[in-house]
Design a protein around this ligand. Sequence first.
Ligand SMILES: *[C@@H]1O[C@H](CO)[C@@H](O)[C@H](O)[C@H]1NC(C)=O
Ligand SMILES: *[C@@H]1O[C@H](CO)[C@@H](O)[C@H](O)[C@H]1NC(C)=O
Ligand SMILES: *[C@@H]1O[C@H](CO)[C@@H](O)[C@H](O)[C@H]1NC(C)=O
Ligand SMILES: *[C@@H]1O[C@H](CO)[C@@H](O)[C@H](O)[C@H]1NC(C)=O
Ligand SMILES: *[C@@H]1O[C@H](CO)[C@@H](O)[C@H](O)[C@H]1NC(C)=O
Ligand SMILES: *[C@@H]1O[C@H](CO)[C@@H](O)[C@H](O)[C@H]1NC(C)=O
Length: 491
Amino acid sequence: MADPSHGPASFGTQANALLRKNLTFQKRNIKTNIRLISFPFILCLLLVLLQSLVNNELDKPKNNCGCQCVDTNGGGQCQKQCGIQYSTVDQVGTCPIESPPKWPPLMQVPAPQYRAVRSDSVPFMDLPDDSCRTAGSCPATMLFTGSNQSLGEILAGNMFPSSFALNSSDVFSSLSNNLVGSSSWPELQNFLEPALFSDLPLYNIQRQCSLNSTVSVTIQASSDMPQVNLELSCVRGLNLWRNSSAAVNDELYKGYRKGNPDRKINEIVAAYDFLNTDDNNFNASIWFNSTYENDSGNNPMALLRVPRSVNLASNAYLQFLRGSDTKILLEFVKEMPKPQTKLRLDISSLLGTLFFTWVIIQLFPVILSALVYEKQQKLRIMMKMHGLGDGPYWLISYAYFLTISALYMLCFVIFGSVIGLKFFTLNDYSIQFVFYLIYINLQIALAFLAAAFFSNVKTATVVGYIVVFGTGLLGGFLFQFFVQDASFPSK
Ligand SMILES: *[C@@H]1O[C@H](CO)[C@@H](O)[C@H](O)[C@H]1NC(C)=O
Ligand SMILES: *[C@@H]1O[C@H](CO)[C@@H](O)[C@H](O)[C@H]1NC(C)=O
Ligand SMILES: *[C@@H]1O[C@H](CO)[C@@H](O)[C@H](O)[C@H]1NC(C)=O
Ligand SMILES: *[C@@H]1O[C@H](CO)[C@@H](O)[C@H](O)[C@H]1NC(C)=O
Ligand SMILES: *[C@@H]1O[C@H](CO)[C@@H](O)[C@H](O)[C@H]1NC(C)=O
Ligand SMILES: *[C@@H]1O[C@H](CO)[C@@H](O)[C@H](O)[C@H]1NC(C)=O
C-alpha cells in the first residue's frame, strides 16, 4: 500500500527494489547464466582436446625424423639411431642436421609431355614438331633475347655441353660440371634433394644426344649418407632466339599448363634476356618458373633450382670472354644446419581472429533477446505501471549485463591464457583489459539501442546472430583492408 503522504519512491529505493527482484530472478535463472559464462571454458577445453589429437597424429613416426635399428658393435644387438640418412624426403624436415649434405645444383626441366612444340597459338616455326611428344624425345627449350643478336647466340651456344663429361673418380662433381636437371618437384627445404630420391629420371641436357643414351651413376653426398643409383637420360637442349622480351613473355604466357584447357601446353626451361650486354658489361635478366606446385598443395619452391640458371648465364659469358677452358664452377648447394624440430600445427591460430571475434560478439544476441523478452512479455509496461522509472530500470539492466559480460570475458581470458592461446598471451593484459572493457560497454549500449526496434524475441535473436556473423565477416574480409591501407587517414 502506497502511503499517500509520501511522493513517488526515490531513485535509490526503486533501484534497490529492482535489484532485489532481478537477483531473485537471476537466482532462479542460475543455470542459464552459468551455461553462458562457462561457454568460453568449454570452448577452450575443446581446443585443447583438438590440439592434443592433432599433436598425437603429428608425433607419429611417419612425420618425424627417420630411425633405424643399427648393429653398432657387431654383437647382434641393435641400437636405434635416428638421422637424415634414415629419413625420406618427407621426414627429413624434423631431423637435427649439424652438417647438411651438399647436393648438385639442378635445373628445373619440364616433363617430356609438356615440353614446347610447334602449335597454332605460337607463331614460331623453329620449335620442334609435336610428333616428338609421342616419342618422348622433345628437346628442352630455352629462349634468348637481347640487344645484340650475334652476341646472344654465342652466349646461348656456350650454355649446353656437347657431351656428358663423367669423371668416374668424382661422380658428384660430374653432375655439377654438366647441365643436369629434373622434372621432380622441389620441396620447401633441400636437406634431401627430392630429384635424387624420386623415381623420375634425371636429365642431362646436351647439344646433341645419341639415340637412347642414358648414363647410370652412383653418388654419395657424404660418407654417412646412403649411396643412390641414378639414371641420367640425355635430353637435347634447344636454344631459340626471339626478337624482344615481349615475344618471350608472349610465348611463355601461351605455354602455361593450367587455365585454358584448349591452349597447347608448352613449357620452357628458362629464358634469358641479355639486355645491353657487350664485351665490357654483363647485364642479363632471367625468367624462371616459380609456379611448380601441384594440386596436393605442395609449396612452390622452384627458387631452389634457380642458382643453376644464373650460373649457366655467367659461365657462358665468361667463356665468351676467356675461351672455353675457363669456367665458373657451381659445385654444390646446401642448406644451413638446423637443430631438431617438431612438426606442429597451432589449431587456434588456424581458426584465426575471426573465430575469436565471433566468440566475443556472442553476447550481443543474448543481451538483445533478454531486453526484447521483457518487452514482448509486457514486463516492462507492468513495472512502469507500478511506478518504476526509466532510470533505475536501465541502470540495473546495464549493471547486470555488464557483470555477465565481464565474467564472460574474464573466463575467456583466464582459460585462454591457461591453455596458452597466443591471442591472449602475446598481448599485454592491461591493454586487453581496457580494450575489452570499452568493447563490452559498447556492445551493451548497442544492444539497448537495437532493442528499441524489436518487439518479438525470435526476430531479435535471428537478427542478433546474423549481425554476429555478418560483422565478423565484414570486419575480417572487407574493412580490415581499408583500415590497413596506407592511404587510410591516421588522424
Ligand atoms: C654484337 O656483339 C658482337 C660480339 O661481341 C660484336 O662483335 C658486335 O660489334 C656487336 N654488335 C653491336 C651492334 O654492338
Ligand atoms: C677427376 O676427379 C679427381 C678427384 O677430384 C681429380 O683429381 C681429377 O683431376 C679429375 N679428372 C678430370 C679429368 O677432371
Ligand atoms: C625478328 O627480326 C628479324 C630481323 O629483324 C625479322 O626478319 C623477323 O621477322 C622478326 N621475327 C618476328 C617473329 O618478328
Ligand atoms: C610453369 O610451371 C607451371 C606448373 O608446373 C606450368 O603449369 C606452366 O606451364 C609453366 N610455365 C612455363 C612457361 O613453362
Ligand atoms: C641493364 O639493363 C637495364 C634494362 O635495359 C638498364 O636499365 C640498366 O641500366 C642496365 N645496366 C647496366 C649497368 O648497363
Ligand atoms: C604432386 O606432388 C607430389 C609430391 O611431390 C607428387 O608425388 C605428385 O606426382 C605431384 N602431382 C602432380 C600432378 O604432378
